[in-house]
Design a protein around this ligand. Structure first.
Ligand code: NI
Length: 138
């Protein structure tokens, strides 16, 4: 652990109390781990901003009965085959499907794929989880 550095942080009492409440709610074991996580969150945001290779997941909820929609979703994923790692399809109930698409690649391409899929008629809800390849995050 010789590469661990300590430094002091000055905070207003009220802000520190809010921070402690937050990290307690999120089950961080201590302030250091919570602080590390905050830094990592910002570093990942930078990866997306700077156009580094990123990873993530697109989640879609859509109507199972719209057959043309299924074809569209598949066609688009083939068009973006370079960044689609895998797709998991879950039959939520009689009417609804959940699809999770794992992606890795250029942030602009990933966002374009996500926007294209989410804007298709019949897609009820879509999210993009913007994560990292983990290579540059300690
Ligand atoms: Ni299904």
């Amino acid at each position: 652990m010789s590469n661990l550095f300590r430094f002091g942080v000055s905070l207003e009492k009220e802000l520190l109390e809010k921070f402690d409440k937050l990290i307690n709610e999120r089950n961080y074991p201590n302030r250091s781990e919570a602080f590390r996580d905050l830094i990592r969150q910002e570093l990942v945001k930078e990866e997306w901003r700077e156009g580094k290779e990123v990873a993530g997941a697109i989640t879609l909820i859509y109507n199972h009965h719209k057959r043309e929609l299924l074809d569209k979703l598949t066609d688009i994923q083939h068009d973006f085959q370079k960044i689609v790692l895998s797709t998991q399809h879950i039959h939520l109930d009689h009417n609804n499907c959940l699809e999770i698409i794992a992606v890795k690649g250029n942030p602009k391409e990933v966002k374009k794929l996500s926007d294209t899929l989410r804007s298709i008629k019949g897609v009820k809800h879509g999210t993009l989880s913007m994560s990292s390849t983990g290579r540059d995050i300690i």
